[in-house]
Design a protein around this ligand. Sequence first.
Ligand code: ATP
Ligand code: SVQ
Length: 314
Amino acid sequence: TPTLPRTNSDNSQQTSKAQLSHTSSVRKKGVKDFEFGKTLGEGSYSTVVSARDRSNGREYAVKILDKKHIIKEKKVKYVNIEKNTLNKMNHPGIVRLYYTFQDPDSLYFVLDHAKNGELLTFIKKLGSFDLNCTQYYASQILSAIEYMHSQGVIHRDLKPENILLDDKMHVKVTDFGTAKILEQNADGEEDDRANSFVGTAEYVSPELLKEKAACKSSDFWALGCIIYQLIAGRPPFKGTNEYRTFQRIVNLEYSFPDGFPPIAKDLVQKLLVLNPSERLGSAGKGGVERLKAHSFFQGIDWDALWQQPAPRLL
Ligand SMILES: Nc1ncnc2c1ncn2[C@@H]1O[C@H](COP(=O)(O)OP(=O)(O)OP(=O)(O)O)[C@@H](O)[C@H]1O
Ligand SMILES: O=C(O)[C@@H]1CCC(=O)N(CCc2ccc(Cl)cc2)[C@H]1c1ccccc1Cl
């Protein structure tokens, strides 16, 4: 019997004989299936272009990677990590990967189109968020972190540039090329240390700088930096160069501007803790449930989070 063609890129099980009779509906997508529109942005190794599926009019963001450039820059590993982590993700707060395909020159990732772009743009435009808006965005980011950790994935590079917003101004976390998939070791325990990669200076955790090893708590450190930045309008650790920024991080050199809401200050102080096991959210400190129970998130209905309309950004 002929080898049955695989269905789309989520490596779902082989198509059954019955399904084969409708091959048209599960045929692998390719470049020709999409009408490409405007460029949404450029990365170091990628271009993101809006695209419409010709068969149903659905809109996507297609991330196009140039193979020669990837190979020259030795980033093939990151491409596989991005694909393998995104394939595991299925959560309203995380950019969805629908299809992947390639042609001789490029790789294509068909993703949710987050129409309102990066959270960073709004921080720059508004200067800072009020407490209600900060609480809303922080809770959606935390919900996405909780989910990816439950799938054994550490993001490792959370920052306002990687937090996109869709047309309903809901959070869509992206950029999983530098994520870490925690392997299950023999007795099913996760080995909780991931090594080698260092994130973006202002948001990198002290353990990554000192022991070159990130853990789930490293994402909670980044959340602390993001919450601080939403309210203060700038990240807590910012030196005149990367080295000085790192020095401030490992020495926990930061302070709160006047008027920083006490409830937010209490939470940030419990996240920006040098020892990852002492950080709120870490397994030893009651895990993510204890973090979600912090009074900063009082009033958040975690089960209805994604049905809530976004607060007007004032
Ligand atoms: N799913 C998406 N929807 C809308 N815009 C997107 C989407 N993904 C990326 N973009 C935008 O396209 C630009 C390029 O994103 P991309 O992920 O290719 O590179 P990057 O991660 O920003 O850069 P680098 O690869 O250097 O880290 C970014 O500015 C981002 O805002
Ligand atoms: O992992 C997969 O699903 C396939 C497997 C078959 C395949 O050839 N590719 C592309 C592998 C690849 C990765 C990087 C470069 Cl620069 C070139 C080819 C993979 C691929 C195809 C499309 C988009 C991304 C990827 Cl990793």
